[in-house]
Design a protein around this ligand. Structure first.
Ligand SMILES: Nc1ncnc2c1ncn2[C@@H]1O[C@H](COP(=O)(O)OP(=O)(O)O)[C@@H](O)[C@H]1O
Ligand SMILES: N[C@@H](CC(=O)OP(=O)(O)O)C(=O)O
Length: 572
């Protein structure tokens, strides 16, 4: 298909002699005059061109260059007011259009996989890339099986109930879907060997953990791609670590490296050219460490990030993440079931919400979407009719007061009061150098001239073994005590209010009314530079009461008084 697109572009080419550098210059000069709705297309074009220029295989491909020239010309035409958009071939729009990510809850069983397949096929005009997580609780079961294997002894490995639950689930799914079991038999055998290996070694390193949990996504995608094929769909399974997802070697919490985007775009584009109409089924969550070459994972819930990275790599029209809730909700429904969907969010709001504890999105997942300016839609695979949440660069905040309440539990807080051995600058610098050296991330900070209160990011701390955590905290306190009096306060919670911080006084007025009524004392308060978040620290055992009471005050007994006098604010 891409071959056809390129061939179609040849007659339109404005200059047969256009060379790569000329094309680059034209892209750059045009970027300055582009109106906003064309920017994402130009970005996509610039990136595509960069790959083309950098790639020896494409270097002499005049057809590619000519198609770029045609696209650049089309953008210029649009700028001058003559909209030829519909008659212009666009390389990407004729390949993949959207990414559809389905989480563990959406593909938890054979029945769910059938429904997800129906859902995908109910969009016949789309050319989707599918991203899947592991089925149901498979990731947790694999981790548990690994932990048990460390101490149970080789002879008992075959009896590990979590291992057998994983095997049974996948074998019964294959049976119910009438897929050939050979698509997973080798993987299941490899998994058993790995568990035996862990048992023999009596240790489960984070590198091995990533290899172990990778079986979840590798199994689910193989089954689902085979099932789509049975239904006559041209589906193909991809392991992200073979597709070009290159990451840091920080096992269990790896970061996607920039080299991923061109590698993935090149590979998927080439495969489409060979096989137009192809539907890739890609493992979420997984990557390949750039130094070790070993399988890495992107942190729990990382399949969201895989989907947004694919969206950016291919300049897709939209990234859809399909969950088991009607979108991003006003608070965690497990704490307060009356939570309702939030229709619109900005990338910044969604990122803040995810970072401060809303389980619904991976904390880093907004970054590629924001960089590529690709809208993200959060939808419910159990209720596709629900409109969900649309996350984009900007939204009208004129009606917005508070958007969502999120809570991060079991947080450690530090009160650090200077002994005045150092000046103020020296004090702050020394404190943060200690955190840097120990690799401990800080979430919320409030400072005065001689003291700092802050919370430690639990996700970074919890990724360490318990013993390591305790000794690190001990070491950190000892270091800080050289310059300060330190109080370590455990079992705190961060309640973050995501909303229109232009109205922070009104928000805080209401918050403090609620807290006074409930007799709750706020121990620290911080309004981040992001301007969409106010964070309050309370005791962990008060967190649920706070969230319910705040939700009732902000979302359940709405009076129009706050919205009336507010000017229109466009958040970007
Ligand atoms: N603010 C929120 N909005 C929506 N869901 C939330 C929120 N906070 C917590 N959740 C939880 O996140 C879950 C969805 O995220 P997740 O389990 O990662 O989905 P999936 O595995 O399908 O990707 C919901 O079932 C819900 O319990
Ligand atoms: N399976 C991985 C990755 C993931 O993204 O899962 P989910 O989409 O179900 O949150 C996990 O459980 O963390």
């Amino acid at each position: 298909m891409a071959g056809e697109v390129l061939a179609a572009a040849v007659p339109y080419a404005s200059s047969q002699s256009l060379c790569n550098s000329q094309t680059s210059r034209r892209v750059s000069s045009l970027s300055s005059i582009l109106c906003r709705d064309l920017a994402p297309r130009l970005l996509c074009l610039q990136r595509d061109l960069r790959y083309t220029v950098n790639d020896a295989a494409y270097r002499n491909n005049n057809a590619v260059i000519r198609s770029h020239a045609k696209l650049i010309d089309s953008i210029a035409v649009e700028k001058s007011g003559i909209d030829e958009r519909l008659s212009v071939p666009n390389v990407y729009s004729q390949q993949y259009s959207i990414a559809m990510k389905f989480g563990g809850s959406s593909v938890a069983s054979a029945a769910r996989m059938k429904e997800v397949a129906d859902l995908i096929l109910s969009f016949p005009d789309e050319n989707p890339i599918i991203v899947l997580s592991a089925m149901g609780k498979t990731t947790n079961n694999l981790l548990k099986a690994g932990e048990v294997a460390v101490s149970c002894g080789v002879a008992k490995c075959t009896a590990i109930s979590e291992l057998n639950a994983v095997k049974d689930l996948h074998l019964s799914t294959v049976g119910e879907l009438q897929v050939d079991p050979s698509v997973i038999t080798e993987l299941l055998e490899e998994l058993s060997q790995l568990i035996t290996g862990i048992s023999l070694m009596k240790e489960l390193t984070s590198r091995t953990k990533d290899y172990l949990v990778s079986f979840g996504e590798r199994l689910s995608t193989r089954i689902f791609a085979a099932y789509l094929q049975l239904r006559g769909v041209k589906a193909r399974q991809y392991d992200a670590f073979e597709l070009g997802f290159i990451t840091t070697d920080e096992f269990t919490n790896a970061e996607i490296l920039d080299a991923t985007y061109p590698a993935v775009a090149k590979r998927l584009s080439a495969d489409w050219s060979r096989d137009p109409g192809l539907i890739p089924v890609v493992t979420g969550f997984l990557g390949k460490g750039h130094k070790t070459g070993a399988i890495t994972t992107l942190g729990r819930g990382g399949s969201d990030l895989t989907a947004t990275a694919l969206g950016k790599a291919l300049g897709l029209r939209e990234i859809q993440v399909w969950k088991d809730v009607d979108g991003v909700l006003t608070c965690d429904p497990n704490i307060h079931p009356v939570a309702s969907p939030v229709p619109f969010l900005t990338f910044d709001e969604a990122a803040e919400l995810a970072y401060f504890g809303a389980q619904v999105l991976h904390p880093q997942s907004m970054r590629p979407a924001r960089e590529g300016n690709i809208p993200v839609r959060v939808k419910n695979s159990y209720n596709p009719q629900a409109s969900g949440t649309l996350i984009q660069k900007c939204r009208d905040l004129s009606e917005t007061f508070l958007t969502s309440i999120v809570v991060k539990r079991d947080v450690t807080m530090l009160d650090i009061v200077s002994t005045r051995m150092l000046g103020q600058f020296g004090f702050l610098a020394r404190v943060f150098t200690i955190f840097e050296k120990l690799g401990i991330s800080v979430d919320v900070v409030a400072t005065s001239e001689v003291s700092i209160s802050l919370t430690l990011d639990p996700s970074k701390l919890w990724s360490r073994e318990l013993i390591q955590q305790a000794s690190e905290l001990d070491h950190m306190v000892k270091e800080l005590e050289k310059i300060a009096v330190v109080k370590l306060l455990r079992k705190r919670a961060i309640i973050s209010l995501i909303g229109n911080v232009e109205r922070s006084s009104l928000i805080l007025e209401k918050v403090f009314c609620v807290f006074i009524e409930k007799g709750i004392n706020v121990q620290m308060i911080s309004q981040g530079a992001s301007k969409v978040n106010i964070s309050l620290i309370v005791n962990d055992d008060e967190a649920e009461v706070c969230v319910k009471a705040l939700h009732a005050a902000f979302f359940e007994n709405l009076s129009s008084s706050h919205a009336d006098s507010v000017p229109c604010v466009l958040a970007c």
